[in-house]
Write a protein that binds this ligand. Structure first.
Ligand code: NVA
Length: 242
């Protein structure tokens, strides 16, 4: 926002009238009368929807437990930089396939025609609504075998095993997802020029090996930079519509 010449104000539940019991709907009405956009990072997706329904300005989902669409914008942009025709790309999302970045990447990449393999352990599923919608755009596969899931992949994507808001099941998740750590051995199942992606923050030795995230197939620093660029692009796009 600052780079575009605007001003950003940080508001949270503890420093606003929400702490004194104001309803989310009332807070959304007031805040939206003060500013041009609201970016919301909140665990409960329904509460984000409640803000959007009561706001008079665009509300940007800056992350919920269900979706992380601004990350997905940067992700597909990064993939397009490396694979001109994303509609021919095969993306393997490895690890915790039940969380926000998996849901949003699957929704966004499938809309552009990419095939997505969700590779994770039994017992964890992507959100059903996101999966059904993505599957209506392109092919989405749920796969437990790492070798099968990574076969011919152009993109290997992973994310933390313990997303924000999932801390109470951290120990269980780390144990269950451990075999899905992206290692250099695992890269051999994918295409030789496959790119490795991660939305950060990364935990070396947990969801990704240090030599992979710091290795030559990793594009994570470019991906991180693209997050800034795409969020600016989103603000410009939303401004033009007003
Ligand atoms: N799945 C992660 C994304 C971080 C950018 C989380 O929700 O913590």
């Amino acid at each position: 926002m600052a780079q575009l010449g605007g001003t950003a104000i940080y508001v949270d539940a503890h420093t606003s009238q929400l702490v004194r019991g104001e309803s989310l709907a009332d807070t959304a009405k007031v805040i939206s009368s003060y500013c041009d956009f609201i970016a919301v990072r909140i665990n409960d997706h329904d509460r984000l929807v409640e803000i959007a329904e009561n706001s008079t300005v665009p509300v940007i989902n800056a992350l919920t437990l269900l979706e992380h669409p601004t990350q997905a914008l940067a992700d597909v942009y990064t993939i397009r930089q490396h694979r001109r025709d994303i509609s021919k790309a095969k993306i393997a999302f490895v690890g915790d396939i039940s969380q926000n970045t998996a849901n949003s990447l699957m929704l966004t990449a499938s809309k552009l025609g990419a095939e997505v393999n969700l590779v994770g352990p039994k017992g964890y599923q992507p959100n059903n609504r996101c999966y059904t919608k993505a599957n209506s755009h392109s092919k989405i596969h749920l796969i437990h075998s790492i070798e099968d899931g990574l076969e011919d992949a152009d993109v290997i994507y992973t994310d933390t095993f313990v997303s924000m808001g999932r801390e109470s099941s951290a120990e269980k998740r780390r144990k269950l997802f451990a075999p899905y750590q992206v290692t250099s051995k695992m890269l051999k199942f994918a295409k030789p020029n496959a790119i490795v992606m991660h939305p950060l923050p990364a935990h070396r030795g947990e969801e990704i090996a240090a030599d992979v995230i710091d290795g030559k197939q990793s594009v994570v620093w470019e991906q991180a930079r693209n997050k800034l660029l795409l969020e600016k692009a989103l603000l410009v796009y939303l401004s033009n519509g007003r």
